[in-house]
Design a protein around this ligand. Structure first.
Ligand code: FPP
Length: 258
């Protein structure tokens, strides 16, 4: 955001700002290794980058920002690193919740809660309860999240409803399954950004990303800043989204793209 600019000015400068952006915050470890620092330092700086990104998302006028903070697969990391990431989540909620609430941010957490320690579960509940009525930006923290596990849980919920006689198998459709995902009620992400040059989804929002645009940035997550965010949004604005349909030109019978 250029100094003195309002959210409306940014919207004018970056037409077609997406409603929902998902971010795979990758590269903290490499950022630290390149500097001869311990991995935790990369995660700490990653938390700083996340803070700036939330502020930018508010300024850019996004409605939803989903960040991949801890995947179900991340439990396989060394025990100390897992503890560090849990500690950072606690620090984020304890230090930033007041500020997030004041800024009108609604916090929502997706992912498995039962595997988390009671103090973390309590903090996540507190964050959601306090900010439930906020409407400026919904910050969705994917923590202990895995898309396959989320889809399997939704399938299980539907199967239980069938077994209980409340639902017929023939009634199951995309809408009913979507409504049983952790993201029920949240529009699908328009744009997914991944830092650190990797080009994969890594079990993040796989159902929801069916028609998302992807922007892959070479920088490591701690270096992601407002300028990088704007670059990704500008690239998104320049793309043509067809959702499986033909282009306007195609409809006129000239070119057909799928
Ligand atoms: C990926 O980098 C990043 C993570 C697994 C954790 C993301 C965490 C933060 C951005 C900060 C903490 C924020 C919260 C809310 C807990 P990597 O470690 O896989 O990096 P590498 O691929 O270079 O090793």
């Amino acid at each position: 955001m250029i100094s003195g600019e309002t959210t409306l000015d940014v919207r004018r400068r970056l037409p077609g700002v997406p409603a929902h952006v998902g971010i795979i915050m990758d590269g903290n470890g490499r950022w630290a290794a390149m500097r001869g620092l311990p991995r935790i330092e990369g995660h700490r700086r990653g938390l700083e980058a996340l803070r700036g990104t939330v502020r930018a998302a508010i300024d850019f006028g996004l409605d939803y920002l989903t960040v991949y903070s801890f995947s179900m697969e991340n439990w396989n990391r060394p025990i100390e690193e897992v503890a560090d990431l849990m500690g950072l989540l606690k620090r984020f909620i304890r230090n930033d919740l007041g500020e997030l609430h004041k800024s009108g941010v609604k916090v929502k957490v997706i992912g498995g809660r039962t595997d988390l320690k009671p103090d973390i579960r309590a903090l996540l509940d507190e964050a959601e309860d306090l900010t439930r009525s906020n409407t400026r930006l919904t910050l969705i923290v994917a923590f202990n999240y895995g898309s396959r596990q989320e889809i399997a849980a939704a399938a299980r919920a539907l199967a239980e409803e069938v077994a209980a006689g409340r639902l017929k198998p023939s009634e199951i459709n995309e809408t009913l399954l979507s409504q049983r995902l952790d993201t029920a009620g949240v529009p699908d992400p328009d744009l997914i950004i991944r830092t650190s040059g990797e080009k994969r989804l890594s079990n993040f929002l796989m159902w929801q990303a069916a028609y998302s645009e992807f922007v892959f940035l070479p920088m490591h997550w701690p270096d992601f800043d407002r300028h990088a965010f704007e670059t990704a949004l500008a690239e998104f604005s320049a793309r043509e989204r067809r959702f499986g349909r033909v282009t306007a030109q195609g409809q006129n019978g000239k070119t057909k793209k799928i």
